[in-house]
Structures are given as structure tokens and as C-alpha cells.
Design a protein around this ligand. Structure first.
Ligand code: NI
Length: 249
């Protein structure tokens, strides 16, 4: 199994080494959100054969963005274990006032992904219109909408793009009616499993620190919604992830 999106910065966990060990031979894709965490991702992938990385600048960190980040990003895209640019995007939930800057930095990172044919891992919250407006200019870009939170109608409309939907712990929550509908109706070849650890812990561990191993609960819920076994969900979504990120597995 593959956790296609987690944050493994040491300071986010009580004990990150145990969390990584718990995954055994299974693969993780660690995501950066700013300069510091992207450097940490580069260290992690060097030290751990089972960890790959995506690096990028997250919209909620935008006030710390400096122009030299782009050169750093471009330099490290040649690293074979950097399998994409992320987590990048737009977030107007708490930080609408930085909208213009978010859009500018998002587009610059999309341009780099286009140039190097890398997958982008997109965070989009309360910013649907601008996200759609921007991605339509990149019709061939390989995209993952991380922690997909929009409606089934939006998901269906997005199927025309080379887009995958990251599905995580939220699908296990009792009140996640909208996402459950998306999982039921959208073909499983569009889904990637993710935990977004240490955030968004799935049931039955909600409230505790999340970890990549909890991907099994996400697979369990998706299986129940699709009428297939957890093992089948893990097998199919692992294949999806290998293809999406060109993982040498
Ligand atoms: Ni994330």
C-alpha cells in the first residue's frame, strides 16, 4: 500500500521514527509546505528507501515565500525520488487576503511542473472558481487534488483532466456525506489513498495523532462504499499511485 500524501516533519510527531517503521516495506510520499519542510523531505528520501517526496510552497505559508524558493525547487526536480511538486494551491478559508500572492506562486509552480512533466499535488479549499480558472490553462498537466473536498458535480466535471483525487481520513467520518457520494460514483482508477498525517485521523482513531499506517481504515471505508474488499482497494489504488508518480516499484 502507498500513502500518497503525508507530512513527516519531525516536530509534528511524538515519535516520527516509530511512525515510519510502522509502515514496514510500504511506500510513503512525504509532502513539503515551505522551504524548511521541503528541505526536510529531501533529507527523508535520502535516508529512507520507502519514502518518496513532493516539494512545494503551500498557500497557507505564503507570507514566508521568497523568490529564491523557485530556483531551489527547480534544482531538486532532477532528484529521482522527488516525484512531484506539492503541496501547492489556493486556500481562502482563513487567508483570503493573500489571494493575489497565492495565485502568483501557484502559477509559477504549475509552470515548473509543466516544464519538467511532473505531477502537481494541489490543495484547494474554498477556492474552487480560481482553481478551475487556473488549471484550465494546463490541460496536459498531471494533477492530484489532495484531500478532495468539493461536490460530486465538481468531481464529474474534473474527469476531463488528467486528474486524480486524494481520498483520506475524512471519508471515514460519519458526517462526510458529500465525499462518500464522490467515492461511490467516481471510478476507483481516479483515486489515490492518503492520510495527510499527522492531520485528519480516520475513524476509529479520530482525535489521536494520525500516521501513514492508518491508510488501512481509509481503504476499508472505500471498500464498503464500492462493494469490494479492503485488499482490492489497496491493490488498485497502489497501481494508480505507481502510475501517477512513476514510482520505480
Ligand atoms: Ni497535506
Amino acid at each position: 500500500m502507498i500513502d500518497t500524501h503525508c507530512h513527516l516533519d519531525r516536530e509534528l510527531y511524538k515519535d516520527v521514527d516509530t511512525v515510519i517503521k510502522h509502515m514496514g516495506e510500504n511506500t510513503m510520499i512525504a509532502a513539503g509546505v515551505d522551504y524548511k519542510s521541503s528541505i526536510h523531505v529531501l533529507e527523508l528520501i535520502k535516508d529512507n528507501p520507502t519514502i518518496y517526496g513532493v516539494i512545494g510552497f503551500h498557500p497557507e505559508e505564503i507570507e514566508h515565500y521568497t523568490e529564491d524558493f523557485l530556483a531551489f525547487l527547480e534544482e531538486n526536480l532532477e532528484n529521482p525520488k522527488i516525484v512531484g511538486i506539492g503541496e501547492i494551491g489556493l486556500d481562502y478559508h482563513y487567508t483570503k487576503e493573500t489571494r493575489d500572492k497565492q495565485i502568483e506562486v501557484f502559477k509559477k509552480q504549475l509552470d515548473l511542473a509543466s516544464k519538467y512533466n511532473k505531477t502537481v499535488v494541489i490543495h484547494s479549499r474554498d477556492a474552487l472558481e480560481d482553481t478551475l480558472q487556473i488549471i484550465k490553462d494546463y490541460p496536459n498537466l498531471k494533477m492530484v487534488l489532495h484531500c478532495f473536498g468539493y461536490s460530486l458535480e465538481v468531481a464529474q466535471m474534473l474527469l476531463k483532466y488528467a486528474i486524480k483525487f486524494g481520498i483520506g481520513g475524512v471519508v471515514t467520518f460519519k458526517n462526510s456525506k458529500k465525499l462518500k457520494e464522490v467515492v461511490k460514483e467516481i471510478p476507483i482508477d481516479r483515486f489515490l489513498l492518503e492520510t495527510d498525517s499527522p492531520y485528519l485521523t480516520p475513524e476509529p482513531h479520530r482525535g489521536e495523532e494520525n500516521e501513514p499506517y492508518n491508510i488501512i481504515y481509509v481503504a476499508d471505508t472505500i471498500g464498503a462504499l464500492k462493494g469490494i474488499s479492503k485488499e482490492e482497494v489497496l491493490r488498485l489504488t497502489t497501481e494508480n499511485a505507481i502510475r501517477q508518480f512513476d514510482l520505480p516499484l
